[in-house]
Design a protein. Structure first.
Length: 257
């Protein structure tokens, strides 16, 4: 009987040791399977998920995926790669959406630094980062600091794309917002008048929204005491929204039938 008990104990110990060795060498049943994706594939898939979540307005969840994508990009490409800058740009955009402006500023500032080292001064990626950084800075009330960034982006866009494109109008609108924030409506007015004129042929544009630009212009005109013109601008904005909703098959209230 004692021999049987000793034999059972030894056998049990052997099973425990074998199980332990299996865990050490990755042979345990619950060991996770090896990911067949390359790091670059993983990074790409994470960014696709970020954009999907952004469109679904799940911004907090999108931030989590963007941060994971940033980790993968840094480990895969190195800290100063354009892929890292693109991921930082996406992350900063999400942080801005969530009103986390200091975090957005840090993300866009680092993205701009990388792109400045990698690309030519007039590259579209640098214009994008400059504009996004300016928006984050301006959102924190630092209008004078944001202005040169917007002005630099504006000069580059006008040179590359011409003076009458929607992207130029978007920067004019942002630049004017800084002047309005400082209660300098007289300086904002010509910028917004020009942005409104540029967007006139693009009533269905998504960015910038021509109705929003008209609303900003109306606010500026009202600050200058030009009430009749302000009301006319608001009416034009309302008409654009009504036409857009009708084209989308919705009632003017925005409710789907």
């Amino acid at each position: 009987m004692r021999r049987s008990v000793r034999h059972l104990i030894v056998l049990s110990l052997c099973v425990v040791v074998a199980a332990g060795r299996g865990a050490v060498f990755g042979l345990a049943e619950d060991a996770p399977p090896e990911d067949p994706r390359t790091p670059q594939q993983l990074w790409t898939e994470l960014l696709v998920q970020v954009h999907f979540l952004y469109r679904a307005e799940q911004y907090e969840k999108a931030v989590e995926f963007a941060q994971r994508a940033l980790e993968v990009a840094e480990q895969t490409f190195g800290p100063d790669d354009p892929g890292v800058a693109q991921t930082l740009n996406d992350l900063g955009h999400l942080q801005h959406r969530l009103s986390r402006y200091p975090e957005a500023e840090a993300s866009h500032r680092r993205a701009l630094a990388i792109r400045t080292r990698v690309f030519q001064a007039d590259d579209a990626a640098i214009v994008q980062s400059s504009s996004n950084l300016a928006k984050a800075v301006q959102a924190q009330g630092r209008y004078a600091e944001a202005r040169p960034l917007f002005e630099g982006a504006l000069v580059t866009l006008e040179r590359q794309m011409g003076p009458d494109t929607p992207r130029v109008a978007a920067v004019l609108d942002d630049l004017a917002a800084g002047y309005l924030g400082e209660e300098r409506a007289a300086e904002a007015e010509p910028l917004l008048a020009r942005a409104v004129a540029i967007m006139e042929p693009y009533p269905s544009a998504v960015y910038p929204d021509p109705a929003a630009v008209l609303d900003h212009y109306a606010t500026c005109l009202r600050a200058l005491g030009r009430e009749d013109e302000a009301q006319a601008a608001h009416a034009r904005a309302a008409a654009i929204r009504t036409d857009r909703e009708a084209a989308a098959g919705r009632s003017p209230s925005g409710m789907t039938p």
